[in-house]
Write a protein that binds this ligand. Structure first.
Ligand code: NAD
Length: 330
């Protein structure tokens, strides 16, 4: 079972895993909130090894029925409310989906695990989490698997809670669990609300490009295709009970990324150099805005042989082409 597979990362992951795991049967449980879009899964909708079910991970009966009907023996859990700004305005759904929803999935997996210890028909619960659980960095240093948790937004606090629940089901019930904490993803299929799609969309439309504060906040950017490869390795070869930090090794301030995107858009659309960057406008900073995220991915590199392959410059070119194509079709 994949949860939240109609979202940005899940919809990039499902075609990849159907292609590389030829015997995988996938059931995708997604509520189709504003963030889910089945258009991103058109390439797999006719695949006989893929089933889509619209529903809520908080619905215990539905989740139990799917486990039973589809003989679920692995869960890869993407479903979440994922936008920090929304968590500041209305945290309740973040608590529901990210904490209660994860609990429901864990409980259902535990029931299957404890019922079937002889035959071992439940294999693994892979929880997809974020580096935001570690809080904020200053100008120096990196997050790693050993960094103490210090979440600052309702979003990151809800993800941290889910991470702890997952950990506890491993320790207490011996459920086979693995968690990956990644940095900011970008690439085709991301919801318009996120930073990179917003910059691209506003730049293309000739509108003001909003940048929080003075734009000096730094993020580590991970191309979604690289992330999907890392997830497959963590799911297949990660060690039971471990966590893996996954970073793109490409840090950039928000202002620099906006200027870089504007430069690529000027080139691709034949605008005079520097013209899109003139649309950048600073807006009031996000409350509790974390200053910097950066990840030391040494563990996943050493243990699972993963390294990011797509540089931020290459990934932005690919992403901008995808959005230009998307907006031209609208
Ligand atoms: P997204 O917001 O694009 O997609 C989330 C998906 O979950 C949507 O399809 C939505 O319909 C579904 N969903 C939401 N609530 C649900 C519910 N109650 N029941 C069933 N489905 C529900 O998110 P994303 O960017 O693809 O992120 C996927 C996961 O990766 C999340 O757990 C997120 O916390 C984590 N993550 C994302 C990033 C990032 O940069 N995008 C970084 C770190 C971690």
């Amino acid at each position: 079972m994949i949860t939240g597979g109609a979202g940005f990362i899940g919809s990039n992951f499902i075609p990849t895993i159907l292609e590389s795991m030829k015997d995988a049967q996938i059931v995708n449980l997604d509520k189709l909130t504003y963030a889910g879009d089945l258009k991103n899964l058109e390439s797999v909708s006719g695949n006989s090894r893929y089933t889509f079910i619209q529903g809520d991970i908080c619905d215990r009966k539905l989740v139990a029925d799917i486990f039973e009907t589809h003989e679920v023996n692995n869960v890869i859990h993407f479903a979440a409310e994922s936008h920090v700004d929304n968590s500041i305005d209305s945290p309740a759904t973040f608590i529901e989906t990210n904490i209660i929803g994860t609990f429901v999935l864990l409980e259902t997996a535990r029931e299957k695990w404890t019922q079937s210890q002889e035959s071992r028909t439940f294999n693994r619960f892979h929880h997809i989490s974020t580096d935001e659980v570690y809080g904020s960095l200053g100008a120096e240093g990196y997050f790693s698997e050993a960094t103490p948790y210090a979440p600052n937004s309702p979003y990151s606090a809800s993800k941290a809670s889910a991470d702890f629940l997952v950990r506890s089901y491993g320790k207490t019930y011996d459920l086979n669990v693995v968690t990956s904490n990644c940095s900011n993803n970008y690439g085709p299929g991301q919801h318009d609300e996120k930073l990179i799609p917003t910059i691209i969309r506003k730049a293309l439309a000739g509108e003001a490009i909003p940048i929080y504060g003075n734009g000096t906040n730094v993020r580590d950017w991970l191309y979604v295709g690289d992330h999907c490869k890392a997830l497959e390795l963590v799911f297949s070869n990660g060690k039971d009970g471990e966590t893996y930090a996954i970073g793109g090794e490409d840090e950039m301030s928000n202002l620099t990324i906006a200027n870089t995107i504007c430069g690529i858009i000027d080139r691709k659309t034949g605008r005079p150099p520097g013209s899109s960057a003139g649309q950048i406008e600073f807006v009031q900073d996000r409350p509790g805005h974390d200053y910097r995220y950066a990840i030391d991915s040494a563990k996943i590199t050493a243990n699972l042989g993963w390294k990011p392959e797509v540089s931020l410059q290459q990934g932005l070119e690919l992403t901008i082409e995808w959005y230009i194509d998307k907006y031209q079709k609208v």
